[in-house]
Design a binder for this molecule. Structure first.
Ligand code: FE2
Length: 253
């Protein structure tokens, strides 16, 4: 049956706009895996040269406190969005988990201190066991991915000036979701990841958005030290893409 497509925002001037739709259709119809989708997308973004391709939009987004939405499409019950957003120096996006969302985020400017966690199991109605998988400072071209079963929880803050992030997120495309007793379906839950056991496992507690802002808003991640046993295991892969088309030109010349 033909999918019902409703395009709400359409200002991404790139052939990737229609290519993304086709790729996500493959994912929605279970012809490719989530890993295939993320790998292909990163390949395309690397060749696109986002810094060059989005130069006017980058200036616009850097000058604004609002996120700049480039594309928003609803496809049956699924949704995907492409946007740019600025993070001011010292501004934190408090630690949060997502439900049924696959996101690919690229730092376009500035520096982002990022921590990523992998959920292991739900311990009770508002506690989850997690593992810290990455604690790193990202710069232009560096990528962080999230999906339901891999690096789902993240927390970040801009260091040394404002940062700009490019985000492609796809909601509703996951075949299964982590148990969520509070708010099933799409959405996010904030979680305090600062309690560790002796083995380095994080015993996170889900908290309200207000509580998350109070505990973590406008505070740097370095104010919340991580024990050595947890840091030792935080060896998540670092991924980078090119922000200019120079790499392609160099190959041609
Ligand atoms: Fe997020």
């Amino acid at each position: 049956m033909q999918a019902v497509v409703r395009t709400k925002t359409d200002r991404w001037r790139s052939p990737l706009s229609s290519a993304l739709f086709e790729l996500l259709e493959e994912l929605r119809l279970r012809r490719i895996t989530r890993a295939d989708y993320q790998k292909t997308l990163l390949n395309w973004l690397d060749r696109e040269g986002l810094g060059n391709a989005l130069a006017p939009e980058i200036s616009e987004a850097m000058a604004s406190h609002q996120q700049l939405e480039l594309l928003r499409r609803h496809v049956n019950e699924c949704r995907h969005t492409v946007l740019l957003y600025r993070v001011d120096e010292g501004e934190a996006h408090p630690p949060h988990e997502h439900f049924n969302m696959i996101s690919t985020q690229v730092v376009l400017a500035g520096k982002i201190h990022l921590r990523e966690y992998q959920r292991k199991m739900r311990e009770d109605s508002d506690h989850i066991a997690m593992k810290l998988v990455r604690d790193a400072v990202l710069g232009p071209g560096d990528v962080f991915n999230a999906s339901e079963w891999e690096s789902n929880v993240h927390w970040f803050c801009a260091e040394a000036g404002p940062a700009l992030i490019f985000n492609i997120n796809a909601r509703g495309y996951e075949p299964s979701t982590f148990p969520n007793l509070t708010d099933p379906g799409f959405g996010r839950l904030y979680v305090d990841p600062t309690r560790f056991d002796l083995a380095g496992t994080v015993h996170g507690v889900e908290i309200s958005p207000e509580e998350a802002r109070q505990r973590f808003g406008w505070r740097r991640l370095s104010e919340f030290p991580v024990p050595d046993c947890a840091l030792a295991a935080a060896n998540g892969e670092s991924i980078s893409i090119s922000l200019s088309t120079e790499r392609e030109l160099a190959q041609v010349l």
